[in-house]
Structures are given as structure tokens and as C-alpha cells.
Write a protein that binds this ligand. Sequence first.
Ligand SMILES: Nc1ncnc2c1ncn2[C@@H]1O[C@H](COP(=O)(O)OP(=O)(O)OP(=O)(O)O)[C@@H](O)[C@H]1O
Ligand SMILES: [Mg+2]
Length: 381
Amino acid sequence: MTRLNPFDHGGPVSGEHFAGRASEGAAVVSRLSNHIGVVVTAPRRYGKSSLIKQATEVLAASEPAPAIVHVNLLQAGTLGTAAELMVRRHYQVPGGPWHRLKNVLPGFVKRLRVQPTMTIDATGSPVFSFAPSVGTPDLQLVIDDVYATLNEIGARRPAVLFLDEFQAAVELDTHLPRQLKALADQYRNVSLVLARSKQHVMEALVLSQGAPLYKMLEQIALGEIPVDDWVPFLVKRARRGGRPFAEEGLARVVHEMAGPVPFDVQQLAYEAFNQADTTIERDTLEVALSELVRHRASDYATTFEGLPAGGRRVLKVLAAGTTASVGSAEFATLARLSDSSSVHKAVTQLIELELVVLRTGVPAIEDLFFAAWLRVVLDEH
Ligand SMILES: Nc1ncnc2c1ncn2[C@@H]1O[C@H](COP(=O)(O)OP(=O)(O)OP(=O)(O)O)[C@@H](O)[C@H]1O
Ligand SMILES: [Mg+2]
């Protein structure tokens, strides 16, 4: 019998698929309940979207029910699509004042100064669209109107505008961050929530002095989920799925093998569950790891081949787990580079490419599955 896998590494997770982050979650819920905006930053696949999803679900289970408008700017791709999605999600807000009207849809659309075209989708819900001829100034008016109406709702209950993948904002419209700043200044009943991983982009838009949204939003920087939060989660999920860990210590090994990225932990656990017969054994984890490395091998090879020779050698030395520190002459020798300043240059480039990260100040390969792949390549040569 195929069992439903209890681990989830697709999109954002919440509820029983969500581990740890109790204090960060409580911090977000409390900010959103009090009309305070937040910006969540973390490296990619650390669980930014999941944290907001979890927090909005907790909020949605309490009274008064919140109004949440959520748009992923990267997926939207254009300002027009972002505006359409905002209007659609806004219309769907449960208990919006227009839902009390006899003519719900015209009542809602009346609040917009720029009129969308409306069609009905297969589920019977309205879809709003703006013709390509509708220019940026008009689309900005749409965003103003959604924000203003959300603010009206916010007088009585939490109201949230969540813009995920906010680094894409300027690609949609260079003025969007400034516009949001002006809106957030004017309308105090809306919590503006932004999430994004690319630290330097976020800094330019939100975090640095002079950035439009500086000081407007509270920053929540997500770190790792501690192993002590992972272990009970992994043990419980595996048991729930019907293939428990042979011993609890193995859940710790999953975390050790996968590294700090939550996506990787869930993916390894998912694969181990698939590979397991009745229980997850040590061997199962080894097989699962090599399976994952095999799946990703062609991507890893492409990435590796695209690097300069020095960078490739530095990666190999890091993957082999040398005790020599990166700044030492021994490291330069191992990487066959002329001196430690050449090592430094190569490491800096690898950090820019997000292949290497600083863990407690020490350069380390970001993706432990990539490190495992490199070790296989090393063995073969
Ligand atoms: N708190 C958590 N508990 C368990 N798994 C998590 C948690 N947070 C994230 N994950 C895992 O990581 C995956 C990615 O999470 P999510 O999409 O929230 O990350 P993200 O930081 O928004 O990523 P991106 O940078 O791609 O937008 C999830 O599918 C899940 O497997
Ligand atoms: Mg995300």
C-alpha cells in the first residue's frame, strides 16, 4: 500500500507541517493584530512564506476574523497582474462591506476609480482584469484604492497586505516601494507585510537609511530552526505516516545530513520515508541522501562547470571537510591557489553566487546535498 508521505517540501507549509518558530510566529501574529507592518528576511527556502502563512492561519482562527490580501510579486510578473490579483484577493476577503450589499460585485467595483473587466471563472468566482492599455498611473490608483478600502476594514479587525518576493517590486514599478511607504504613512490600520531573501535588494528597498520603507516595518530575520524543534516534529510526522524512525537519534541525523535549510530537511525526510519499508533506519537515510544527490546531479554539474577553476577547487576543499582555516596558507595550497588573497577572492565570488555561506563566520557550502555530490565527484577522481 502506498502511504501518503507526511513530509511536505512543496510550497509554504503551515499547521501540522510547520515546525518550530513559536516565538517568531507569535511575534508576527501580535504585530498583525495591532496593525504593525513587518518585513521577514532570511536566506532562500528558510520558511519566510511559511511563517506568514502559519501566522495568518492562527489569526484567521481568532475573532474578529482578519482581512488578508496576499500577492506574490515574483509570480505576478507585471504591475497589471499584481493589481489584478490584489483586486481579486481583496474581493474574496470574507465579510468585506460589499458582501452585505444587494449587488455585491458592482458594490465592490464602485470602490475602484479604474474599472476592471470582469469575467466569471469555472468555480463561479469573478476574475478582474485590466487591459494592457491601462498604464502605470492607473494601476497605481488601483493599488491606492485597494489599500484605502483595506484600511477601512482595518478599523474593526486586523487587515493585512502581504507582498511576498518583494525584491521583484521595482521590476514591476520603480515607484512601488515609495507608493507603499506613502500609503502606509497615510493609512495606519493596515499591516504591510513583506518577505524576501536577497539581503542586498531588501536593504536597498527597506532596511537601509534613506530606503523608502526604512523604520516603517519591523524586521524579523529568520535564523535556523533549532535541532531540538526539528527532532520531535520529524519523529511525530514519521510516526503519523506509519513508518517511524527506528530510533529517535535518527531524526537528529536527518537534520545533520540536510543542514540548516528547512526545505532540505523536509526533502530528505520525505525521501527517507519513501525509501523505508516499515521503519526508517540509518541505511534508509544513506540511500535517501544518495537518491537526492542523484536527482540534483545534473543541476550541480552545470553549476560546477560554470565556475572558474579556482572556485571549483575551493569548493572541493570545503566539501572534503578540511581542518585548515580558509585564511591559512595550508588552505591555499590544498586549493592550489597562489596565496590566501586568491582564496579570499574565490570565496567572495562563491558567496555572491550563494553557493557558500558564512556559518558562525566560517565559509561553508550552502547546500549540504551539493557538498555530498562534490564528495562523490572527488572520489571518482
Ligand atoms: N517552519 C517550518 N517547518 C517545517 N518545514 C518548513 C518550515 N519552514 C519552511 N519549511 C520547509 O521549507 C520549504 C520552503 O518554505 P517556504 O516556501 O516558506 O520558504 P521561503 O523562505 O519562503 O522560500 P523562498 O525563498 O523560495 O520564497 C517548505 O515547503 C517546507 O518544506
Ligand atoms: Mg517564499
